[in-house]
Design a protein around this ligand. Structure first.
Ligand code: F6P
Length: 372
């Protein structure tokens, strides 16, 4: 019998439990494997904290939000132990051997793909399943969690519309998505946002104000703006691009760490941009402006049908691939199929919204402004 470990890492996301269940039922039921679940992502793996997962443990979790295993954002090569960053890869490999594992399945996003690649390079049989509300992983059409977050953000935009309309206000709603704009774009289209601001399309305040004034001239004296958390003005985008160039150009590990720290500081200085933008738009248009940050409600609660279905498809396919000895891959969604994609094609890369994406064209054709 094969013995497999499973864990969830990175930010939580609707559909994680559905994926654990899908993988587990196929692994135990179809393939006769043994399954253990590590607690709290890479941290529990390093500390060898796990529970045995049998069919009973997998029952009744399909619709449950969050992750029954717990999660963390720890990195395997730089884990904080007693206040210091430590490389835990050797410790993890020892645990992997001690637990007599044949494979390790990691449910996560971009950070998890990088950690999984590190473990795979260290000789372990590793696989990932693409989870994130950000939909920003390369190699897969979709990630589970995105569809649910899209529904939540769309519902929020609907509700903000009625209050913006009643008060003749501009309401800016900040939507998650990390460095990519998929969630703001998708929800902005679905909720009919008047302006959508994306990291991929740096904005000009004047251009946004023009869209709002044009709407007012047409009789609509309110506007709802979907702002991706990573969206930036043209000036801020240039500042960030310069900081990113320094990271790429760094020629020593120390230089790289310093450049990364600088980039983080630049990003942090942009963090309140939605509030700054609200006051700029109020001044430019004369309309009262308010901000609503959607935050963690976008990640919580029960997964929608589409995410449960995707998580089950990818989870069960993952177990089939493990039984065939396919490792070092992410199980990706391609059309209706689940296919393995090598981890080196995924790790360390971000899928941004292409500026010629059909969603952007569609939004422009219903008069949505992008502030460009
Ligand atoms: O990746 C999911 C996500 O919610 C992003 O949209 C967001 O940028 C980030 O996680 C927030 O991170 P944390 O959970 O560490 O606050």
């Amino acid at each position: 019998t094969m013995r497999v470990g499973i864990l969830t890492a990175g930010g939580d996301s609707p559909g994680l439990n559905a994926a654990i269940r899908g993988f587990g039922k196929a692994a135990i039921g179809t393939h006769g494997m043994e399954l253990i679940g590590f607690r709290d992502g890479m941290r529990g793996l390093a500390e060898n904290r796990f529970i045995e997962l049998d069919s009973a443990a997998l029952s009744g979790i399909l619709t449950v939000g969050g992750t029954i295993l717990g999660t963390s954002r720890d990195k395997v090569h730089k884990m904080m132990v007693d206040g210091k960053p430590r490389n835990m890869i050797d410790t993890i490999r020892k645990n992997y051997e001690k637990d007599e594992l044949d494979a390790l399945v990691c449910l996560g996003g971009g950070g998890t793909a990088k950690n999984a690649k590190r473990l795979s390079d260290a000789g372990m049989n590793v696989m990932t399943l693409p989870k994130t509300i950000d939909n920003d992983l390369v190699g897969t059409d979709r990630t589970f969690g995105f569809a649910t977050a899209l529904e939540i953000a769309t519902d929020a935009i609907d509700r903000l519309h009625s209050t913006a309309h009643s008060h003749h206000r501009i309401i800016l709603t900040e939507i998650m998505g990390h460095r990519a704009g998929w969630l703001a774009l998708g929800a902005g289209i679905a909720g009919g946002a008047d302006v959508i601001l994306l990291p991929e399309v740096p904005y000009n305040v004047e251009s946004i104000a023009e869209t709002i004034k044009r709407r007012r001239a047409g009789g609509s004296n309110f506007s709802v703006i979907a702002v991706a958390e990573g969206a930036r003005s043209v000036a801020d985008a240039a500042e960030l691009a310069a900081a990113e160039a320094l990271v790429k150009e760094a020629d020593s590990p120390e230089g790289r760490d310093a450049a990364k720290q600088h980039r983080r500081a630049v990003e942090a200085s942009h963090r309140a941009h939605t509030f700054a933008l609200a006051s700029q738009l109020e001044a430019a248009t004369g309309l009262e402006s308010r901000v609503s940050i959607l935050g963690y409600v976008q990640r919580g609660g029960i997964p929608c049908g589409r995410d449960r279905q995707l998580a089950t498809l990818l989870g069960t396919a993952g177990a089939d691939l493990v039984s065939q000895g396919v490792f070092g891959v992410m199980v990706a969604a391609k059309g209706e199929q689940a296919v393995p994609v090598p981890l080196e094609e995924v790790a360390g890369r971000v899928r941004y919204v292409p500026t010629d994406h059909p969603w952007i064209r569609a939004a422009k054709e219903v008069n949505t402004g992008f502030g460009d």
